[in-house]
Each structure stands twice: as structure tokens, then as C-alpha cells.
Design a protein. Structure first.
Length: 351
């Protein structure tokens, strides 16, 4: 099992700290550095900056949002970043959520699976550098009856095949991800529930495409808080607002993928309570309602030895790249957590 680092969103006064974390991850031998985007910093700009300041670590988008870009623009960006990084780019895609898709990009959040499938097909086809034509439900290239003509990508990526990941949560999305992608970007992964909530569906998709599971990258992001095993409750409190935001406040009451995931993990009553409190405006109560067990199952908390035990469980559950999101208010705290991750991986015998 390899380790990755997720820098999250750029900004909030942590720019130089993020660069220092990425540089240390590069020095420690982390496999990939992921960067997020929503409606603030964009991933490609940050990734180009990180790639320029590192030499070995892969740089990946987690995610580039499908409603934000035409698929051909994404192919151009992927090819350019792969060239600039000397073959270190990984393309992570996702549909975002209805609030961002419709509120920020003005793109209807409808038929996300079909749109993702067509999007991936166009990106892959464009990356072959053949003249591009496509006749789909959501995209048609060139547009009929006009001056457009088939065009081919002029940028040469460093590699013939750039790894493509999809952020997936629901069973149908996971199955399609296994079918059409090279890896899955997961969130709130519980080693105890990963087989039922993700792996089974990914395997079904691979089988549907006539592909084996070997080589497919199962890549969850896991927050990490280093500390004393006697202080697990306090460490869990660090992630209460984060968990409450996703389980209670992401999307709408009818369309919250993270809430449904918590339900599939056996927290139906708790997930409903968190959502009720969050949507009523009482975010503190929503955070307080998050069970410590849910946080503990979906994060890495405690000493290096305890984290090593949890890493062993993730590897046994089928994780191939464990992406860490180290907690800490200072650069030194985050880098200490980063170093603890590599130490834990070695103690677990997984390095």
C-alpha cells in the first residue's frame, strides 16, 4: 500500500504551509499529492505550482469538476500538466454536487452517471491525439450543420496513458467507476465496511468491463490526527465539524451522498439526527451528535502504533493508495503527522 497526501483547498493563509507539506511528502517518498477544488482555488493552477516545487511525487486533481469544464478542455489540461510534470500527473474527476454545479457553474445536476461516462469517453479519445468526433446525448463533436471540423490535440503528454480516477460514493457510481476508470477516489472510508460500501461495487464494474481488479487503484482520503491513545476523544473532536458538514450539510436533505454512505455503514439514526440539526442551523449540535465511533472508523487517530494498526486494516480491506489529510494548525504539526504516516506504514510492514 502506498501513501498519498491531500492538500485540500488552496488559500486560507496556508499557501506556504501547503507547499512545505508537499515538499516534505516528496522527500519522504509519498506516491501522490492531491489538490481539491470547489468554488475557490482551481486544482490545475495549484498542481502546476506543486509540480514545479517537487521532483518525484505524482500530482493529482481530487477533483477537477466535470460541470466546470468541457471534456476537451480537461484533456488539454491533463496533457499539459503531464508534460510539465515530466509524467507525474493523475487526473481525478467528479460531478461535484447539485449546489455547486447549479449554483456556481449553472449546469443542471441531472443524469450524473451518463454525463460522467460520456465525459470520460471524450477525454480518453482526445488523449489518443486522433481527430476527435463524438456523437453522444450530452456532447456532440463537431456540432452538426456548422463550420466545426474534427480537431486533434496538439500537446504531447509525457505518457500515452494518464491514470484517470473518479470520485465515487454511491453504489451505481462506484460500479461505473470500476468499469471506466483506473482508480476510485473515496471519502469517509471505514476499513470495517469498505468491502460492502465500495469494493464489491468496484469489482462488479471491473467484471462488467471484462477487467481484473489487479492494478485498479482504491484511493481513499483519510484525515489523520497524531496524539496519545489516551486522548482519542479529544482527537476525534478535531474532525467533528468536518464530519458534520459532510453528513449533515452537503447537498440537500434529499440528495446528500455522504449521509447515505453513513447510513450504509449502519448509522441511519445518527445520520438523520446530524442532518436535522445541521440543516436547522445548529452546526455545533450537529457536530456534537457525530458518534466518536464513526469518526474513529473513518480517520487515523492516536499514536504511530495505533495508526499502523489501522493502516493494516485498510490494506487488508483492499486499499492500494491511502491518502492522508494531516490535521494541525501549524506547519510543524502537519509535517510531524506526515512523518508519522511513513513511520506507521513501515511499522505495519506495508512500505
Amino acid at each position: 500500500m502506498q501513501l498519498g497526501i491531500n492538500l485540500g483547498y488552496w488559500g486560507a493563509g496556508m499557501d506556504e504551509d501547503n507547499l512545505a507539506v508537499a515538499e516534505e511528502a516528496d522527500r519522504l517518498g509519498y506516491a501522490v499529492c492531491w489538490v481539491a477544488e470547489a468554488y475557490g482555488s482551481d486544482a490545475p493552477t495549484v498542481l502546476s505550482f506543486v509540480a514545479a516545487r517537487t521532483s518525484r511525487i505524482d500530482v493529482g486533481s481530487a477533483i477537477m469538476q466535470i460541470p466546470a469544464r468541457q471534456p476537451t478542455m480537461t484533456a488539454m489540461t491533463a496533457a499539459t500538466l503531464d508534460s510539465l510534470s515530466d509524467g507525474r500527473f493523475r487526473l481525478g474527476l467528479g460531478v461535484s454536487g447539485p449546489q455547486v454545479s447549479e449554483g456556481w457553474y449553472g449546469v443542471r445536476f441531472d443524469k450524473p452517471l451518463a454525463r460522467t461516462r460520456e465525459y470520460v469517453e471524450i477525454v480518453r479519445r482526445a488523449m489518443t491525439r486522433e481527430r476527435l468526433t463524438y456523437d453522444g446525448t450530452h456532447w456532440t463533436l463537431p456540432l452538426p450543420g456548422g463550420p466545426g471540423k474534427p480537431i486533434k490535440l496538439t500537446v504531447h503528454p509525457r505518457r500515452e496513458h494518464i491514470p484517470l480516477y473518479i470520485a465515487a460514493i454511491g453504489p451505481r457510481n462506484l460500479e461505473q467507476t470500476g468499469e471506466i476508470a483506473d482508480g476510485a477516489l473515496l471519502i469517509f472510508p471505514s476499513a470495517e465496511h469498505l468491502e460492502d460500501t465500495a469494493i464489491t461495487h468496484l469489482r462488479a464494474g471491473r467484471a462488467k468491463a471484462g477487467l481484473g481488479f489487479d492494478g485498479f487503484d482504491v484511493c481513499p482520503t483519510v484525515p489523520l490526527a497524531l496524539g496519545d491513545d489516551k486522548d482519542l476523544a479529544a482527537l476525534a473532536d478535531i474532525f467533528r465539524p468536518y464530519t458534520a458538514l459532510y453528513v449533515g450539510g452537503m447537498g440537500s436533505r434529499e440528495q446528500n451522498f455522504y449521509n447515505r454512505l453513513a447510513c450504509r455503514m449502519g448509522y441511519e439514526k445518527e445520520a438523520a439526527d446530524i442532518q436535522d440539526k445541521y440543516l436547522s442551523g445548529d452546526k455545533d449540535a450537529a457536530a456534537a451528535a457525530v458518534p466518536q465511533q464513526l469518526i474513529d472508523q473513518t480517520t487515523l487517530l492516536g499514536s504511530v502504533d495505533r495508526i499502523a494498526d489501522r493502516m493494516t486494516a485498510y490494506a487488508a480491506a483492499g486499499v492500494t493508495t491511502l491518502t492522508l489529510a494531516p490535521a494541525g494548525f501549524t506547519r510543524d504539526e502537519r509535517i510531524a503527522a506526515l512523518r508519522a504516516g511513513t513511520e506507521a506504514l513501515e511499522r505495519a510492514g506495508l512500505a
